[in-house]
Design a binder for this molecule. Structure first.
Ligand SMILES: Cc1cc2nc3c(=O)[nH]c(=O)nc-3n(C[C@H](O)[C@H](O)[C@H](O)COP(=O)(O)OP(=O)(O)OC[C@H]3O[C@@H](n4cnc5c(N)ncnc54)[C@H](O)[C@@H]3O)c2cc1C
Length: 410
């Protein structure tokens, strides 16, 4: 079928974020839409993500994006019949200091207001929930029993299919080459033709900076490497019928969830490596990056002490993939630039956790003239247009190495 040439909204990028925006536009009645994807859906970071979708966080309004995400994926699953494979394992964020435990208590009111189950628990309860953890040095944990993980690819396809069932269209294998604004309309140029649209949503993750540079926009998005490790089967998990909760630890700077009968760990190392700072290679498709686990070793040593079964199991797979970052670690959502109709939905380092809710946030803004709740900390124009590359990189480094450390105050 020939690509449409005139639509109300073009969404560029078919990762979980672009698919979520397309879905939510359709749910809010905007179906004269076309999503344009360079290759196949999920061909950026989405296909290799671990799929963690936690509710834990110090900021209530950000937690709304997380909570909205699981709700969105579940709704898209119902609408499309396409499985998102949600595992409702719950999560535990361990208190490595008395200060962390105190902060966990401060967050209780946020969760009560949002109607999300949240409990500060003792080490004894933690051991019941996750018998593999060595709780010796901890001060209990925060437990969010109703979050977990989804299949990122399944969730993206569920969103896309549900949007298509409402009338949205998707054009694959069409890299957008350039964008132009003429007579109040946008023209989107691809090798398959030009599409005219009133609105363009750019959901192209770490490709965004280069795509928007010719419009005079300086978008401070860069990619770091990020490793995840999957172990062989763990005897304690093999003999257990259920699934242990995901475990997060600010001292190890890691997140570990069950994957089959083994563990899957993601580490935020203290010396992050950037990837392709000078521009995404033209021949990059969606492949993984070479592994470099040396810089993870000090974190892994701590992890093996906290989770001895991880050490005993042996590593089966290591994935190193590019991860997109903004200077403050939060996504960029909303209008951008001086010409009306250009919107950003990019800069996601936990896009599975927040993509569903972010699509809802942006679609409400586009359709109703304002988002359905206030969250200025994600507004796309918050960095201005003058941030230098060095400043952006330094801020991203600090965000990445901060891992799961909590802010001093909220
Ligand atoms: C190892 C690893 C594990 C992770 N685990 C988790 C996790 O457990 N939980 C979590 O929340 N996050 C996780 N993440 C992060 C998560 O993968 C990303 O935040 C998320 O996938 C970003 O989604 P996106 O749609 O913004 O970008 P992408 O998935 O990168 O999608 C962007 C899309 O835009 C397309 N595109 C780019 N340029 C163009 C163009 N010019 N024309 C047309 N299309 C274009 C690309 O082909 C791509 O499909 C992980 C990341 C890594 C590296």
């Amino acid at each position: 079928m020939a690509m449409k040439t005139d639509v109300q909204v073009v969404v560029i990028g078919g990762g979980i974020v672009g698919a979520s925006v397309l879905y939510w536009l359709a749910k809010l009645g905007c179906t004269d839409t076309l999503l344009i994807e360079r290759r196949e859906l999920t061909s950026g970071s989405t296909w290799h993500a671990a799929g963690n979708t936690t509710y834990f966080g110090p900021y209530a309004e950000m937690t709304r994006l997380f909570a909205g995400s699981i709700r969105t994926y579940q709704r898209a699953e119902q609408d499309s019949g396409h499985s998102i494979n949600f595992h409702q394992t719950g999560s535990v964020r361990v208190a490595t200091t008395p200060r962390e435990r105190k902060l966990f208590h401060q967050y209780e009111a946020n969760y009560a207001a949002l109607g999300i189950p949240y409990h500060v628990i003792e080490n004894e309860r933690l051991s019941e929930l996750h018998p593999c953890l060595n709780t010796r040095d901890w001060f209990g944990a925060a437990h969010t029993p109703t979050d977990g993980h989804v299949d990122p690819s399944g969730a993206t396809h569920a969103l896309a299919k549900a949007a298509q069932l409402c009338g949205a269209e998707i054009q694959r294998h069409s890299p957008v080459e350039s964008l132009h604004h003429e007579n109040g309309m946008w023209s989107v140029h691809t090798p398959n033709g030009v599409v005219h649209a009133q609105h363009v949503v750019v959901a192209t993750s770490f490709w965004t900076r280069e795509l928007l540079q010719p419009l005079g926009l300086n978008i401070p998005l860069y990619a770091t490497e990020h490793h995840e490790m999957i172990t062989e089967d763990v005897p304690e998990l093999v003999s257990s019928p259920g699934e242990v909760p995901a475990y997060r630890d600010s001292d190890v700077s890691c997140s570990v969830r069950q994957e089959g009968k083994g563990f899957l760990a993601g580490i935020y190392e203290s010396q992050p490596e950037f990837w392709s700072l000078d521009g995404i290679p033209k021949d990059f498709r969606e492949e993984l990056l070479p592994q470099n686990t040396d810089r993870l070793m000090s974190h892994l040593e701590k992890l093996m002490d906290r989770l001895p079964a991880f050490a005993e199991a042996g590593i089966k797979t290591i994935n190193n993939g590019p991860m997109c970052w903004t200077p403050d670690g939060l996504p960029m959502l909303g209008p951008i630039g001086s010409n009306a109709g250009l919107w950003l939905a990019a800069g996601f380092n936990v896009g599975i956790g927040t993509g569903g809710g972010s699509g809802e946030f942006l679609a409400h803004w586009m359709v109703n003239g304002q988002p359905h709740f206030s969250l200025p900390s994600v507004h796309a124009d918050r960095f201005g247009n003058d941030m230098t590359r060095d400043a952006a990189i330094e801020s991203i480094k600090n965000c990445y190495r901060k891992g799961y450390r909590l802010p001093e105050s909220i």
